[in-house]
Design a binder for this molecule. Sequence first.
Ligand SMILES: CC(C)(COP(=O)(O)OP(=O)(O)OC[C@H]1O[C@@H](n2cnc3c(N)ncnc32)[C@H](O)[C@@H]1OP(=O)(O)O)[C@@H](O)C(=O)NCCC(=O)NCCS
Length: 147
Amino acid sequence: MLAGPSHASLLAALHADCFDESERWGEAAFSGLFATPGIVAWIVLEGESPAGLLMLRQGADEAEILTLGVRPQYRRKNLASRLLETGCATLETHGATTLFLEVSVRNDAAVALYLKLGFALCGRRKAYYPDGSDASVLSYDLTSVTR
Ligand SMILES: CC(C)(COP(=O)(O)OP(=O)(O)OC[C@H]1O[C@@H](n2cnc3c(N)ncnc32)[C@H](O)[C@@H]1OP(=O)(O)O)[C@@H](O)C(=O)NCCC(=O)NCCS
């Protein structure tokens, strides 16, 4: 389902379950992001239960993934894939042509997910994260999304 400012608390709860303490975004962070241009977010449900989140930002023909996570008990059920498919289709209908993201080179699960979905490696940022790890920059050609 689409998420908006009224879901900031739920988004923060989902984020807390998906990320280490040092990486968590609180309710105020989500509220602040919704007050900025180009934000679109979804919560994926497993049955009735909120299971994961995706937040994107679009500016003209480019977009970026701000955050993506699935609660541990709901992983490997294609929920992140579904979130990304929904996000990509929406961005494409809104005129975006390329979707970018940064992911730690140590995040094997996320890197595997993005490569499986057709994202391509396009850069590397040295010591990008607080733990000193590099980020891989990946991109996805949204013009390849089939309607
Ligand atoms: C990365 C993450 C979002 C994946 O969510 P998910 O719902 O489990 O992903 P999916 O079920 O859609 O996985 C699709 C494919 O991605 C790959 N993949 C996902 N998790 C994987 C893992 N732990 N190890 C290896 N490959 C993995 C597999 O190819 C998988 O297909 P398969 O299950 O048929 O083998 C989830 O592990 C997560 O929330 N991690 C913590 C937060 C995070 O790192 N977010 C990304 C920041 S950029």
